[in-house]
Ligand binder design. Structure first.
Ligand code: WT7
Length: 635
């Protein structure tokens, strides 16, 4: 970890060098990883197509960086500490040696079940060590994993499996989440009724809820592992991957109705996740690092699995939720394992803050050294609560801004190096060149300004394409402004050059740190019987950050309104997943539209936010009287 920045002066020097000599800078970082063959050229790029190649000509396997290379020095050190949902169940520890062994064995299981390099594998699992093992086993073979978060519906899984033409699914019988049992296999079975591409399903035993196992298609994880024992198939050589071979696909929502498969590649992603993990958290050998995210999201990919393991860290995985059995659960875990670094989300902080400090009192949090926040803007109140009650004003809070598409943290303080400013992500990490632009793409220079956040130079962890549709990648991210990657976020830059991300400027809502496309929710609502049209916007929500507000036009309906609301919620849960259920549904007679038929979301957003007095110019509306009706019916 020779690349850890230790002072703000050093940060400024490194940053300057990284911008002036990016290839030299990244070559130096990359040389601290394990390669089978070195690169010919550090970077080839243009943002027009886009065409992005990092470390071209190099070969490697990311699992050798995450596992093999640590065996000599720290084979007996915990790689993964796992804490179950239920505090009465025993925790598990996997050392680097044990994790290496499990990954090799499971990679052999995959091989015996027909998985080949380049195949796409859908993973739908609870937060257990086997999820990390499955992900790493795919990477070991050069198979491309597509992890789907356990909260998505059968329909969402089917869409993702079909888009990537997955050949295999790895799942579990069920999952424990808080006081609920979630039937993962049964959801997969529903999904697979639509998916011909899937040849095999490997099922882990977790909560042993009854499942149907289809002959010839479904096999148990444990049985397959035993077979490998009998065959003495312990070792699995790591496939030699090209730098730009695909490592994984992760689906994320955008402003259109269909989620897109963000593609990350082997070398650049690894270098970026490892470098940023080490620097932002200033991880020191043998520290216990705890990220509360789910591996179903990019935060879990980069900062539970690949980033920490590539740096030989001990990463703590938690199966449950922060509020079960009570709101003291995270603090109990911190105390139990003497956690040094805690990385969580504003929505969790706000919900624990609301439960009250009595759940923190009496817990020993002395081990904590660094706190982190990710997923959405952190409001000042939550920032201060976190700082005072958890960090006891001794721990820096790193407010890390990044996206599924960026692969790793982009704008963030470096712990104990960067001066903090509450609710500000502060400065770009080395190699990252943010710029603010106005609607026409003209750069807004200087400080004390705000605009749309773009990045003007490639970084190793960036998105390469959207799976199966490169044009979509171009139009989504590289066509809004010429020669710039557009993030979709609005941003302020204060007098001192600190960045503060203010939220999405496109039709994406950030609910509890989860990205939901308004068009996706509208499509789901419109699928409900009797619905004629709908419009969905975000509104400020005390705990979730943003809530989902739906304006819905229905045919005459005899059902009671409240029941109809619940029915619509069911349809959305069925089509997308429970995470996309609207928080509020207002039935309306019409929607505010321009003469050309475009819905004026600006007006709906204002009404949803409760700003009914100041709606701006509504004279261009086809029927301005509709606005009055909607205002009166506001909930
Ligand atoms: C969007 C990306 C990055 C992993 C989790 C979310 C918002 C993320 C911050 C932050 C303000 C943030 C942005 C971004 N966001 N981190 N520290 N401050 N906003 O990944 O689902 O790809 O969502 O989350 O709006 O565009 P994602």
């Amino acid at each position: 970890m020779d690349f850890q920045i230790k002072s703000i002066e050093q940060y400024h020097n490194v940053y300057k060098h990284s911008v002036e000599q990016p290839e030299e800078f990244w070559a130096d970082i990359a040389s601290q990883f394990l390669w089978k063959k070195k690169w010919n050229k550090v970077l080839n790029w243009n943002f027009k197509e886009p065409y992005i190649k990092w470390f071209d000509g190099a070969t490697l396997n990311i699992t050798e960086n995450c596992l093999d290379r640590h065996l000599a020095e720290r084979g007996d050190q915990p790689a993964i500490i796992w804490e179950p949902n239920d505090p009465n169940e025993h925790h598990r520890i996997l050392t680097y040696k044990q994790l290496h062994h499990q990954v090799s064995m499971f990679a052999n299981v995959l091989k015996h079940n027909g998985v080949k390099r380049g195949d796409r594998i859908c993973i739908y699992m609870p937060m257990v060590p086997e999820l990390a093992i499955a992900v790493l086993a795919c990477a070991r073979l050069g198979a491309i994993h597509s992890v789907v978060f356990g909260g998505f519906s059968a329909q969402s899984i089917a869409d993702r499996i079909k888009d990537a033409k997955c050949s295999h699914v790895i799942t579990a019988d069920g999952a424990y989440r808080g006081n609920k049992d979630i039937p993962l296999k049964s959801v997969i079975d529903d999904a697979l009724m639509q998916c011909d591409s899937v040849k095999k399903v490997i099922v882990l035993t977790r909560n042993r809820m009854p499942v149907s196992m289809i002959k010839g298609r479904d096999v148990w994880w444990e049985d397959e592992m035993k077979k490998m024992e009998t065959l003495h198939e312990y070792d699995c050589p790591a496939e030699e991957m090209n730098a730009e071979d695909e490592l994984f696909i992760l689906y994320t929502s955008g402003s259109t109705g269909k989620p897109k498969g963000v593609v990350h590649t082997c070398a650049g992603y690894m270098v970026y996740a490892g470098y940023t993990f080490s620097n932002v958290f200033q991880y020191k050998p043998r520290e216990i690092y705890f990220c509360t995210a789910d591996i179903g999201w990019i935060t879990g990919h980069s900062y539970i699995v690949y980033g920490p393991l590539s740096q030989g860290a001990t990463t703590l995985m938690f199966e449950g939720v922060p509020t079960y059995p009570d709101a003291g659960r995270l603090w109990e875990i911190v105390e139990k394992f003497k956690v040094n670094i805690l990385y969580t989300a504003p929505t969790a902080i706000r919900s624990l803050m609301q439960s009250g400090v009595e759940f923190v009192n009496g817990k020993n949090l002395d081990s904590l050294r660094v706190l982190g926040s990710v997923g959405e803007p952190i409001n000042e109140e939550a920032w201060h609560w976190f700082n005072e009650n958890i960090g006891k004003k001794r721990c820096p809070i790193v407010d890390t801004w990044w996206q599924t598409e960026t692969g790793g943290i982009m704008i963030s303080p470096i712990a104990n190096v960067t001066p903090l400013k509450p609710a500000h992500a502060t400065f770009p990490l080395p190699g990252i060149q943010p710029i603010l632009v106005d609607e026409n793409g003209v750069e807004i220079k200087g400080n004390g300004v705000n605009g749309n956040l773009c990045i003007k130079f490639p970084w190793p962890g960036m998105i390469r394409t959207t799976y199966g549709d490169h044009e979509r990648c171009r139009t989504n991210y590289f066509a809004t402004y010429e020669n710039l990657y557009f993030t979709g976020d609005g941003c302020l830059r204060d007098e001192d050059g600190n960045y503060r991300i203010t939220g999405r400027v496109d039709d994406v809502i950030n609910v509890s740190g989860h990205r939901i496309g308004t068009a996706e929710v509208e499509n789901a609502i419109n699928a409900h019987t009797g619905v004629i049209e709908s419009a969905v916007v975000g509104y400020p929500h005390d705990i979730k950050g943003q809530g989902i507000y739906a304006f819905v036009i229905c045919e005459e309906d005899t059902h009671e309104e409240d029941l109809r609301r619940k029915d619509i919620g069911m349809t959305v849960a069925r089509i997308i997943g429970a995470i996309a259920k609207p928080d509020k549904i207002q039935f309306v007679k019409g929607l505010p539209k321009t003469r050309s038929g475009k819905i004026m979301r600006r007006i709906l957003r204002k009404i949803a936010e409760g700003e009914v007095e100041n709606l701006g110019d509504i004279s261009t509306l086809l029927d301005p009287t509709i606005v009055e009706d909607i205002k009166n019916g506001r909930i």
